[in-house]
Design a protein around this ligand. Structure first.
Ligand code: ZN
Length: 235
């Protein structure tokens, strides 16, 4: 509620771990809005790739805190949930990106048949999932049930999710490296998400977002969780 400089959240809190992560997610949005309270209303609206920055940051943080206090059985559950979400974003959305890129490339030469669309989708899934997916169980018809493929103005619809997830996790990795010093930098970043392009926002936090190393920070966080999950599952 920008005009009165206050945030409100609505949540059906039921006491489950899901409820806790949802609450932390929504509080992230509330905090993001609060950081923009002194901006003009036109500068307080973030584009989709940045709108989930603080909410994802909070979810990552609450997951880490919960893991540090949970017993091994609970840790396995928390990690399974967290990794399912991350792999959906990092791996499956990559397959959709590859699919759409290839469709646009080939469509310049003429209309595509159902057979060709199936082949492009299956190839995209093979490329994104690699050996992590049994190739007998690919989903060549995935393009049928995602409506955004059929809207002219919604191409690469899922890209902001992947961008946002990786951006936010890398910010959390920076927070872990820098500790409390990072908090004012983070607040300033959130304040400015409605009025700068992403390159300029990178400068605000002292990183060059065209460099792979920034994005690898978030993949490393996920990798650590995969290793921990495997260790717990074998125990
Ligand atoms: Zn959200």
């Amino acid at each position: 509620m920008h005009p009165i400089k206050q945030s409100r959240i609505m949540a059906n809190f039921d006491g489950t771990f899901d409820g806790v992560t949802t609450l932390s997610h929504e509080l992230g949005h509330a905090f993001h809005n609060w950081c923009q309270r002194d901006e003009s209303i036109l500068n307080a609206d973030s584009p989709m790739p940045l709108a989930e920055t603080a909410s994802t940051f909070n979810e990552t943080m609450i997951t880490e805190i919960a893991l540090s206090e949970a017993d091994p059985q609970e840790q396995l559950f928390i990690l399974e949930k967290s990794l399912s979400g991350d792999t959906q974003v990092v791996v499956d959305i990559l397959s959709r990106f590859l699919f759409e890129s290839e469709v646009f490339r080939r469509r310049t030469q003429g209309p595509l048949s159902v057979g060709e669309l199936k082949e492009i989708m299956a190839n995209a899934q093979k490329q994104a999932y690699g050996e992590a997916l049994n190739w007998d169980y690919l989903h060549p018809y995935m393009w049928v049930n995602k409506p955004h493929y059929y809207y002219g103005n919604l191409h690469f619809y899922n890209f902001p999710y992947a961008f946002g997830q990786l951006f936010s996790k890398a910010l959390y990795a920076m927070y872990k490296e820098q500790g409390k010093d990072f908090i004012p930098v983070y607040e300033n970043l959130l304040r400015n998400t409605g009025k700068h392009d992403i390159g300029e926002l990178g400068q605000l936090i002292g990183v060059d977002l065209t460099q792979k190393s920034f994005w690898e920070k978030s993949i490393e966080l996920i990798e650590q969780q995969v290793e921990e999950f495997e260790r717990l599952a074998k125990a």
